[in-house]
Design a protein around this ligand. Structure first.
Ligand SMILES: Nc1ncnc2c1ncn2[C@@H]1O[C@H](COP(=O)(O)OP(=O)(O)OP(=O)(O)O)[C@@H](O)[C@H]1O
Ligand SMILES: [Mg+2]
Length: 304
């Protein structure tokens, strides 16, 4: 046997009897979820498209003044600011349980009235702006006057998804219809599109969920609702049942007493009810219009 034959013989003895398994099977298999996790990590390490944060919505004070929702001249603005301060103080105390009475959903405040044109939107807007100046709170102004949606229109938010869309479509998240504004601590929920079943949607279980979500699960967010008149639409009294606090605006010299009484009778006993005599030309001290409703708090807004 020459040297080459000897080497070939030796090589044969070194080769295993069985063929080696394919290379793939020699590597221990990873569980599929491990692979998915790895793929997920790789995806996360890749640069992601930047999440677009919309700039805050501009609240145009001039547009509000033109629409009559803010006073035009400075003197009137100062007087109104003081009047609103008197109204908001007990609302704040009730909302955070400082008043000694506990109101369920005290951080939900609806501004309503018996009949149209008594100053609900004017009051809701000025109250929301005043509450937003409180350092410890943030405010959500909800346009729940679906037929008129004045707040939505004046702020230029028509066409945006709002309260009605989030009520009618279970896939929408309540947080997605909140519009941040450039007024510190103030956000808006537009009304959205009119809906033929507004009353039913306001009375449904989803409404409770949507209100909970909009409330942000703490007492630092106050919800101010502008609404349609109590005696004019079926949905307005239903909306009021979800609220801890009700501000009833009464237009001085225009609303009949029996209309006010009828509207008040529809409210729950456990709610805080504040009455505002609006557009009065008399100093508050001279006005005794509400002396017989002395179990309610009452205030007066002069004609600005
Ligand atoms: N205190 C006030 N001083 C001056 N003007 C006011 C005052 N309150 C309301 N107004 C004016 O009265 C008009 C009706 O007010 P507003 O739109 O707030 O009423 P409303 O109750 O919301 O009406 P609607 O039921 O039609 O929604 C507006 O032009 C508003 O500018
Ligand atoms: Mg209105």
């Amino acid at each position: 046997m020459n040297i080459v034959e000897k080497a070939a013989e030796k090589l044969k003895t070194l080769q295993p009897e069985q063929p080696l398994p394919p290379v793939d099977d020699a590597v221990p298999r990873r569980a599929p979820h491990t692979v998915e996790r790895l793929q997920e990590r790789i995806r996360m390490a890749e640069p992601q498209p930047a999440v677009e944060i919309a700039p805050p919505w501009h609240v145009d004070e001039r547009a509000l003044q033109r629409a009559g929702l803010l006073p035009r001249e400075d003197g009137a603005g100062g007087r109104l600011a003081d009047e609103v301060r008197r109204v908001k103080r007990p609302l704040l105390d009730n909302a955070c349980g400082k008043s000694g009475k506990s109101f369920q959903h005290g951080q939900r405040i609806v501004v309503t009235s018996a009949v149209p044109g008594e100053g609900k939107t004017f009051t809701a807007m000025n109250l929301a702006l005043s509450l937003a100046r409180e350092p410890d709170f943030e405010v959500l102004l909800v346009d729940a006057d679906i037929p008129k949606s004045d707040i939505t229109q004046v702020l230029g938010l028509q066409g945006r998804a709002g309260l009605m869309e989030v009520l009618a479509d279970e896939r929408r998240r309540p947080a997605d219809v909140i519009v941040r504004t450039d007024v510190p601590n103030l956000s808006i929920v537009p009304a959205g599109e009119r809906h033929p079943l507004t009353a039913e949607l306001f009375g449904g279980r989803r409404m409770q969920y949507v209100l909970e979500e909009l409330g942000g699960h703490d007492r630092h967010r106050l919800l101010v609702f502008d609404s349609a008149p109590l005696l004019a639409t079926p949905e307005s009294p239903i909306l009021a049942t979800h609220m801890g606090q009700v501000l009833m605006v009464v237009g001085a010299g225009r609303t009949r007493q029996h209309e006010v009484v009828q509207a008040l009778e529809g409210l729950g006993e456990s709610q805080y009810v504040g009455l505002i005599l609006n557009m009065s030309r008399l100093p508050a001290i001279e006005n005794h219009y509400y002396s017989h409703y002395n179990h309610y708090s009452h205030y007066q807004f002069q004609d600005q």
